[in-house]
Design a protein around this ligand. Structure first.
Ligand SMILES: *Cc1c(COP(=O)(O)O)cnc(C)c1O
Length: 385
């Protein structure tokens, strides 16, 4: 089976992990700090905070920005469940903004319309979490202009978008947001096994995120309440978690982000090659806008049902039977039983739903060979007929 995504592990990656196993620190230590500074450099941002997963990072970001039970939170329905769950963990009310049909990213016109309505009802969100679907950046400029006008704070779910660029700067530089969260799950662009990184330019937000990832504890005397500090002293200032990354993971992370350029150029090459090879089939190919570059975490194709009589389910099963480990991104979050039980239903976000009904994610990852890609293309060609 050719999977839709998989990690790329080099000898250097393995050696980096072994070196940590032979060192003094296995838990969060000097290698985690090194990983953080490497990610901060890539993103051209002041602070990077490594955490145990992207989901943990989204939760901490919401919490640190003060999201609570009286707040409203909006995100995209075209995402993994953890974008919305992050806000539910803070007790906030979750709602969604429908997406554009071509990019699968939040639609600016839907966002503008929904803000206008929400204002008249006094139900504006405090936080919006746009998701850079498949690695293509959202319309961050337009999102931030609208958000400023209505007093909405932005957390970018950048789980797919490490290495992507937008209007001349990297995703993660936080020009248009309070913070951004990357995932280093094994299927993402670069991996630590499980892991995540939050990036921000705010010193106070960074300090709060660092405390919250470690139980709400500080060891920094200037942050403490007590006037005297013995050498063993620490203070718990708020209720936090153990959301730390280990140095074992961070070592893999350091080695992986050193290979980021290799990963991105291979993914770009494969995406371009798919676009060439799949021309003229009964499908719609992913689009990329002019002022941005995707990291190509996913290559999502939509079946054009006006030209192809077979359903997505049929094409999907045919591909799987031919050894192609295709996947589907995403089942709209509002249709999950947990969110239906909160009042959402079929028809609430029609574009996310109709995209879901025709989408298939094709294999794209660093170690996918041209010959394997040819097998995938041939399988799709025959499955559509
Ligand atoms: C993978 C993913 C996450 C969660 O990341 P984890 O590191 O697996 O917790 C969040 N949002 C999106 C859009 C994702 O694809």
């Amino acid at each position: 089976m050719i999977p839709y995504s998989r990690q790329s592990i080099s000898d250097a990656d393995i050696d980096a992990v072994i070196a940590v196993l032979k060192s003094d620190f296995l838990t969060q230590g000097p290698v985690t700090e090194k990983f953080e500074s490497q990610v901060a450099k890539i993103c051209n941002v002041r602070h990077a905070i490594a955490i145990s997963s992207g989901s943990a990072g989204l939760h901490l970001a919401c919490l640190a920005l003060g999201l609570g039970p009286t707040d409203i939170f909006w995100t995209s329905p075209n995402t993994f469940v953890s974008s919305a769950n992050a806000a539910r963990h803070c007790g906030a009310k979750v709602d969604f903004v429908d997406v554009e049909p071509d990019s699968g990213n939040i639609s600016i016109s839907s966002f503008a319309e929904k803000l206008k309505k929400a204002q008249t009802y006094g139900k504006l969100p405090s936080i919006l979490m746009p998701v850079h679907f498949a690695g293509q950046p959202c319309d961050l400029f337009e999102i931030s202009e609208l958000s400023k006008r209505y007093g909405v704070t932005i957390i970018e779910d950048a789980a797919h978008a490490l290495g992507a660029t937008y209007r001349g700067g990297p995703i993660g530089d936080c020009r248009f947001s309070a913070c951004a969260v990357f995932s280093f799950h094994a299927v993402k662009v670069a991996t630590t096994g499980e892991g995540g990184v939050i990036v921000t330019n705010s010193d106070t937000l960074a300090a709060k995120l660092r405390r919250l990832r470690s139980h709400g504890i500080t060891r920094t005397p200037s942050e403490m309440i007590a006037p005297t500090h013995e050498p063993w002293f620490y203070e718990q200032l708020e209720l936090g978690f153990n959301y730390r990354m280990t140095d074992i993971q961070a070592a893999l992370g350091c080695s992986q982000v050193a290979r980021l350029h290799e990963f991105l150029s291979r993914r770009q090459y494969l995406a371009d090659r798919y676009t060439q090879l799949l021309k003229g089939l009964a499908i719609e190919l992913p689009i990329v806008r002019k002022d941005r570059q995707s990291s190509w975490h996913l290559f999502v194709v939509r079946i054009d049902q006006s030209k192809c009589a077979k359903s997505r389910a049929t094409v999907f099963s045919l591909l799987r039977s031919k050894g192609i480990g295709v996947n589907v991104h995403f089942i709209p979050v509002h249709l999950q039983p947990y969110y239906r039980q909160l009042g959402f239903k079929l028809g609430d976000f029609p574009i996310a739903e109709s995209n879901y009904n025709v989408s298939i994610s094709f294999p794209i990852y660093n170690d996918l060979t041209n010959a394997q890609q040819d097998i995938v293309v041939a399988a799709l060609r025959s499955s559509l007929q």
